[in-house]
Design a protein around this ligand. Sequence first.
Ligand code: PPS
Length: 285
Amino acid sequence: EADLYSVYKGVYMPNLIHTETSLQYFQNFTFRAEDILLVTYPKSGTTWMQEVVPLIVSGGDPTSVETMPNWDRVPWLEEIRTSTLNLEGRPSPRMLTTHFHYTMMPPSFFKVKPKVIYVLRNPKDVFTSIFHYSKMASFLVTPDSQTEFLQKFLDGNVIFGSWFDHVSGWLNADDKDRIMYISYEEMIMDLKDSVRRISQFLEKPLDDEVISKIADRCLFKNMKQNNMSNYSAVPHEIMDPTKSQFLRKGIAGDWKNQLTAAEADYFDAVYKDKMKDVKYKFVWD
Ligand code: PPS
C-alpha cells in the first residue's frame, strides 16, 4: 500500500490516477445545477452508466460513445487528467463521475445540488470484480490471497475505502429528491426499463424505439466491442488483459463462483452488522 496508494480524507487512492493537484482541482470544482453526476463505489457499474447517460442525453445519437473514451465522456472529477479537459467550457448538461463518499464531496456540491445517479451493486459481486481487477491493474495492490483481500475489503482497506460507508453515506444524503438510486442488478434484470427510468429522472423522455436502441447498445456483449468503452486503449503495462478483462463477466451473482461457503457466510455476518441501521430495500437481500 505504501508505494501505490495515498490516504485522502481517510481513504486509499491509487497514486497513478489521483494526485494532490487533481484532488485539489476537485475540491475547488464549481458545479452547475444542470450537471449530471454519476456516483459509484468502484466496480459497481460506472463504465456501464458512462455509456447509458450520454446516449440518453444525446437522444440516442451515438457520436460521443463512438468517438470519446468513457473517461473523457463522463470524466472522474478526482482523476489526474480531468483538469486538462476544460470542463468549464463544456455546455450543460455536463456529465461527470466520482467515486467519492458523500462526506468527501466539495463545498460547491452541497450549495449547487446537481442531479446525482448513484449506482449500487451487491457487495459480494463488487468484491469479486475488484479481486480480479486488482490482478490486472498495475496501480492496484495485488492480493496475496483471496482470504487476505476479503478481510481488507470488509475493513475498507482498499481503494476508496469501505463499501459499507460509501453506500450508507450516499443513502443517508440530504436532498434525496435530486438523487436517483439504481442497482446494477436492476439494470441486468431489465435494462430497457432502467434506461426509461433514468431518462425520466433526467427529464429527457424518449420514444420507446430510441430507448430500445440505447438499451441494446449498452448490452455487455455490445459494449465489449466498443473500443471507446472497453479500456483496450490503456497500455498493457497498466492494464494487462491477459490477466483479466476490464469488461470481465458482466453478470449478477458471480460471487457464487468466487467465495467459499464459509467466506460467503462471514461476508453476510459482517454485512448484517454494518448495515443494521440502513433502511433501504436492496434487491439482493
Ligand atoms: S470502475 O473501475 O469502478 O470504473 O469499474 P465499473 O465500471 O464500476 O465496474 C466494472 C464492472 O461492471 C461490469 N460492466 C457491465 N456489466 C454488465 N453490462 C455492461 N454493459 C457492463 N459494463 C461494465 C464489468 O464487467 C465489471 O464487472 P465484472 O463483474 O468484473 O464483470
